[in-house]
Design a binder for this molecule. Structure first.
Ligand code: B12
Ligand code: SF4
Ligand code: SF4
Length: 331
């Protein structure tokens, strides 16, 4: 039995803003099962793989007893910009992994013989469910995890251990969405199909980051000033009205100041300076320019014509196609 206070101190010392403890109990299969059955994972095929692990952390760490849920605030400023806030600085996966390593080192020093499994985002772990069980917040109608301290401007990680702690949370914090439905009505594509359920295929976060083919025309029109990720359903949320400035680790990098037009006109040399170590690498140089071209079309940005005319002769077919479509919008 590990004193939760000592683990909490280790996690805070590692840089995590929020720490909570949940029992390593299986997750009701219906929520994930229904979501997959409706095809809401689009072509995120990995979401339908390793479902057994997602629903039961003991399949990831035999003998798992506790899930340590961890969160870091990433909000840095009010600036609007075409890159979603979580992706404006160093790749959060790297930051969270660094912090998990520090936590693991402390855990092993102080509690030898305890096995652990740390994860951030890509592992088959339902992070929001564990964070809710561990009392860090609740899942809002926008399907984002909302904390009392930082609103939804947090990224999550978990560390599963095969030891019990002396105190567990009793469940999520109060759901304070009440009668508000601003996120549902503000989503530019109607991707929040019902409370807490997002159709990834309709979500601009998926389209701008994960979809490496062309974006359906209906969705392109909803992309003004939006090049990587989407924060609309968080920006409108009243629970995000008083954000707190995050640690310096989350400071935006130079590329976050670039306009849509500058991103469309970006050279390979600029990309090589700007993007390494950032989450933007997931979309890649061509993916980002493709998105910027769509955004310029959606904005009917007449001043972008020369850049778009150059991009219709680009080496990448997705950039060419996006630029050609954008030009048709400049009337
Ligand atoms: C797939 C995925 C996506 C997909 C699908 C989104 C979705 N809502 O499912 C896409 C690509 C669209 C996406 C977009 C974004 N994502 Co994403 N994504 C994930 C990922 C990898 C899996 C989520 C998942 O399992 N979905 C399946 C559904 C069925 O499960 P669910 O989302 O957990 O929701 C259900 C449960 O939480 C359940 N539930 C709620 N409360 C409780 C309580 C209990 C006790 C139980 C049992 C169940 C339960 O009900 C919910 C609704 O049905 C997670 C990382 C991870 N490993 O968990 C990141 C993650 C959810 N994403 C994250 C982020 C930051 C985003 C974006 C904000 C990025 C952006 N700015 O563009 C957007 C937000 C879009 C939105 N409104 O949800 C963060 C969320 C941080 C937060 N504060 O919520 C995560 C946790 C990554 C991380 N490590 O920080 N994402
Ligand atoms: S991230 Fe954007 S597109 Fe996706 S659900 Fe939220 S508002 Fe809609
Ligand atoms: S916008 Fe309103 S309904 Fe949506 S998550 Fe925030 S408080 Fe809840």
């Amino acid at each position: 039995m590990i004193p939760s206070g000592r683990l909490r101190a280790l996690a805070v010392n590692a840089g995590f803003d929020l720490v909570g403890f949940a029992r390593a109990e299986p997750i009701d299969p219906h929520v994930l099962g229904d979501w997959l059955a409706q095809g809401f994972h689009a072509d995120l095929d990995w979401m339908s793989e390793r479902v057994a692990e997602r629903l039961d952390v003991t399949a990831l760490l035999p003998g798992a007893k506790t899930v340590i849920a961890l969160a870091c605030n990433y909000w840095r400023s009010d600036d609007a910009g075409p890159i979603a806030r979580y992706a404006r600085g160093r790749d959060y996966h790297a930051t969270m992994r660094d912090r998990l390593r520090v936590l693991r080192r402390g855990l092993r020093e102080q509690f030898s013989g305890v096995a652990d499994y740390g994860s951030v985002d890509a592992n088959p772990v339902m992070e929001k469910v564990h964070a809710a069980r561990a009392g860090l917040g609740f899942v809002g109608k926008n399907a984002c995890f909302i904390t009392p301290e930082f609103g939804s401007w947090v990224v999550l990680a978990t560390m599963i251990i095969d030891a019990e702690v002396d105190e567990y949370a009793t469940g999520p914090t109060a759901d304070v969405c009440g009668r508000c439905s601003l996120c549902l009505t503000s989503c530019p594509t109607g991707a929040i199909v019902s409370e807490r359920v997002v159709d990834a295929g309709a979500c601009l976060s998926y389209q701008t980051i994960e979809n490496d083919r062309s974006v359906p025309e209906r969705l392109r029109l909803a992309m003004p000033n939006l090049v990587f990720g989407c924060d609309v359903c968080q920006d409108v949320c009243p629970l995000n009205a008083t954000p707190i400035r995050a640690q310096a680790r989350f400071e935006p990098r130079a590329v976050a100041q670039a306009s849509v037009l500058e991103l469309a006109a970006m050279t390979r040399e600029q990309w090589d300076v700007w993007a390494p170590g950032m989450a933007l690498m997931r979309a890649g140089f061509d993916g980002l320019r493709r998105n910027a071209a769509y955004a310029l079309g959606a904005m009917k940005a007449l001043e972008a014509r020369p850049v778009l005319e150059r991009l219709v002769a680009d080496g990448d077919h997705r950039v060419r196609e996006a630029a050609a479509w954008a030009l048709t919008q400049l009337t």
